[in-house]
Design a protein around this ligand. Sequence first.
Ligand code: HEC
Ligand code: HEC
Length: 301
Amino acid sequence: MRGRADRAWLGLSVALGLLLGAPKAQAEDDAVARGAYVFHAAGCLGCHTDVKNKGPALAGGRALKTPFGTFYGPNITPDPDHGIGSWSEAEFIRALREGRAPDGSHYFPAFPYPAFTGMSDQDMRDLWAYLRAQPAVAEPSRPHDLRFPFGWRFAVTFWKWLYFEPGPMAPEEAKSEAWNRGAYLVRALGHCGECHTPRDALGGLKTDMWLAGAQEGPEGGSVPNITPDSETGLGKWSKDDFLFLLQIGLTPSGDVVGGQMGEVVDNTTSKLTDQDRAAMVDYLRSLPPVQNKIEPKKTKK
Ligand code: HEC
Ligand code: HEC
């Protein structure tokens, strides 16, 4: 039988446990909540979920058709065998920061780590906390279906040497805090340049034509010029025009953006705070205008 002393002891340990445990659990909950925001801002869901076939979230399978072949976003749920459940936080950060797998091999840049490398350590750690808190799904990832010679993973070493600069983005001192936040959201998290910047023959971004549109986008369709050029870009768009587009996907001419940009609006830009959307617009409207005429062309299905 339990005596009074026993009960008092139990009470004391519970109180102590709460006292010590609660702040830790709270800190973890906070990291998961912050990570959810990063997750949306970075659009991790779309490529890692087979939405078309109603696949489970983050269990992989979505087909990404590119000129180099078809990539399938792998399972990134916490399943230890088929997902990334056996990874350490450091391995996760290395994947995003350096585009390297735990075994040291290089990821194909169809995984937009050339943009994600700019993320802050804090955002990466929060994102990790969020992913760890998602349900595990025991479903194997689908192998990529790449055209010769693009299936050669080691060729990525050369590609990275040409085009890849790892490291978190440093703020530009001469610019406002809002502008820097916008630059971070567009360039690192939102990876807008992965679609809106044209590429050269080896698939490297033409950085001198930053966000000036691509005649051949990632899935074959065209991607518009979103620099402030008044003839071929968005020079005539007001601040509100941009805000409407990012929040509800409506263009000034009354069209609703579809396809890939529809996904970006649904999964990403509509889920941000008003303040963050405004910061993105600040940044976008400050870009050097680049004249580059894009003829609209639909994505091949
Ligand atoms: C544009 C599509 C796309 C987006 C957006 C994307 N990924 Fe991926 N991701 C991929 C592809 C494709 C691969 C496989 C790369 C390879 O095999 O070399 C991959 C690989 C990974 C891997 C390695 C998995 C493994 O098993 O080795 C991790 C981890 C990962 N992504 C996490 C993320 C996170 C976190 C985000 C959001 C910050 C994200 N991805 C956004 C396409 C994407
Ligand atoms: C996966 C590829 C992809 C990504 C990533 C992407 N976009 Fe787009 N974007 C498109 C396509 C394709 C269109 C054209 C959509 C249409 O006309 O229906 C578009 C249209 C737009 C437009 C409207 C331009 C016009 O002339 O009507 C704006 C503004 C825009 N994107 C901004 C962004 C921003 C900001 C980001 C980053 C948060 C982003 N996009 C990320 C593919 C992408």
